[in-house]
Write a protein that binds this ligand. Structure first.
Ligand code: DQA
Length: 144
């Protein structure tokens, strides 16, 4: 089964959007890095991005059957979405929450995550390398 890499709203603009905060690499770059790393560790990834909360929830439901683990950057839904949290509670495999920026260094409204209550691990402030670090952890857990 693949490891799902889910990206939420505005992350399709990665590389163009606020590069001082999020860097200049694109979402396609992130996905390519993850695919390469997964392959080197004997795993595969399936990557999804949506700007729509319901589509992200539907994808998490699909993951119940299809994904070995979920790595999710819920974007701003991190700070608002009980519905995404509940969808993740309905998923039984490992879940990692990934933020490119260090949300704790930013505005107070970014300090609280609804998602962290379900996450097995959280990355914030490691840039796009955070996705690779989550992936390494997911692969090592799944190898046990
Ligand atoms: C983000 C942080 C969120 O606060 C923000 O709304 C995003 C991206 C990050 O990757 O640093 O869209 O999740």
């Amino acid at each position: 089964k693949p490891i799902y890499i889910l990206n939420g709203p505005n992350l399709n603009l990665l590389g163009k959007r606020e590069p001082a905060i999020y860097g200049s690499e694109t979402l396609a770059d992130v996905e390519a890095r993850c695919a390469t790393l997964a392959e080197s560790l004997g795993f595969t990834v399936a990557c999804f991005q949506s700007n729509h909360e319901g589509v992200l929830i539907d994808t998490i439901h699909e993951a119940r059957e299809k994904a070995a683990a979920i790595i999710i950057n819920p974007g701003a839904f991190t700070h608002t979405s009980v519905a995404i949290l509940d969808a993740l509670y309905a998923y039984e495999g490992p879940v990692f929450e990934c933020h490119i920026s260090n949300v704790h260094k930013r505005e107070p409204f970014r300090h609280h995550s609804f998602i962290s209550a379900r996450a097995d691990g959280v990355m914030a402030g490691f840039g796009i390398e955070g996705y690779e670090l989550c992936l390494r952890r997911a692969c090592s857990l799944l190898s046990k």
